[in-house]
Design a protein around this ligand. Structure first.
Ligand SMILES: [Zn+2]
Length: 164
């Protein structure tokens, strides 16, 4: 259970936009490293405790998603697997694997940028955030700087197609 006041500061849109700015920075770094640009930031009581960016190509790791790296870093920092006061901010709607990890970590709140109609599991392809069969639900704030997040991805794939 989340105390309702505890997370209320996160529902402030200017604040969330700024938080998404950090996730977008991570995504840009990923693009520079030749990775699909997705970035994630985890907040705990308003403080950054985890960052991650897609590293699938570089590490040759199918689990190299931004969210999983951020969750690992956050858990280490908090000293607990249970991140029940955390906010996940990620540029792209999480896939089923990452939504699964967020459920495992009991993360109560997710803000994402662009929707992912092909793999998104927070409302697009399926709704793992709000499935009563799980013992935990995740509140989702959609479309925070979604245009910028989508543009990063589009530009990356355009460049890739152009072969540069
Ligand atoms: Zn994922």
């Amino acid at each position: 259970m989340i105390a309702s006041g505890m997370l209320s500061c996160y529902f402030d849109l200017p604040w969330l936009s700024e938080a998404m700015g950090l996730a977008l920075e991570q995504a840009s770094l990923a693009a520079k490293e030749g990775e699909v640009p997705v970035g994630a930031i985890i907040y705990w009581d308003g403080e950054v405790i985890g960052t991650g960016r897609n590293a699938r190509e570089g590490r040759k790791d199918p689990l190299g998603h931004a969210e999983l790296d951020a969750i690992r870093m956050a858990s280490e920092k908090v000293g607990d697997w249970r991140l029940d006061r955390a906010l996940m901010v990620v540029t792209l709607e999480p896939c089923p694997m990452c939504m699964g990890a967020m459920l495992q970590a009991r993360i109560p709140l997710l803000a994402y940028g662009a929707a992912d109609p092909r793999a998104g599991a927070a409302g697009s392809l399926m709704s793992m955030d709000d499935d009563p069969r799980f013992n935990h639900t995740i509140k989702v704030i959609r479309g925070v700087r979604g245009e910028e997040s989508a543009r990063l991805l589009r530009d990356f794939f355009d460049r890739k197609r152009a072969g540069s």
